[in-house]
Design a protein around this ligand. Structure first.
Ligand code: ZN
Length: 114
């Protein structure tokens, strides 16, 4: 899978940010990952442990918040989570508009020591 390159990219961003805000140590990294990115938490953690020694993020807590794919049905004026590959509104069975595609991959926040 592509978790290794994802983690390498995330850590690069973390180091850049840490440097910018004058952090000597990053104690926690809070990530937001969409459910449709197919990224596996265990693999991320594995590469995190592999790549962080010697960096500012060594020993940091890695927290992952998952976001789900969301649709908005105009007819019902309601948001819903599609289940599986059935993207239809559970109430009226028309296909709504995508409001969040569940492919987010970003660093929500860092906890640091200066
Ligand atoms: Zn509907």
């Amino acid at each position: 899978m592509h978790e290794l390159s994802v983690m390498a990219y995330l850590l690069e961003t973390v180091e850049e940010r840490a440097q910018k805000i004058g952090a000597t140590k990053v104690t926690a990294i809070n990530l937001v990952i969409g459910e449709r990115t197919s990224i596996v938490d265990d693999s991320l953690l594995y590469y995190f442990d592999m790549l962080t020694p010697g960096t500012v993020a060594e020993g940091a807590q890695l927290a992952v918040r998952r976001t789900t794919m969301r649709f908005h049905c105009v007819g019902c004026d309601a948001d819903y989570h599609p289940s599986g590959f059935d993207f239809k509104c559970p109430h009226c069975h028309t296909v709504g508009a995508v409001t969040s595609d569940g492919s987010e991959l970003l660093i929500e926040s860092l906890e640091i020591e200066t």
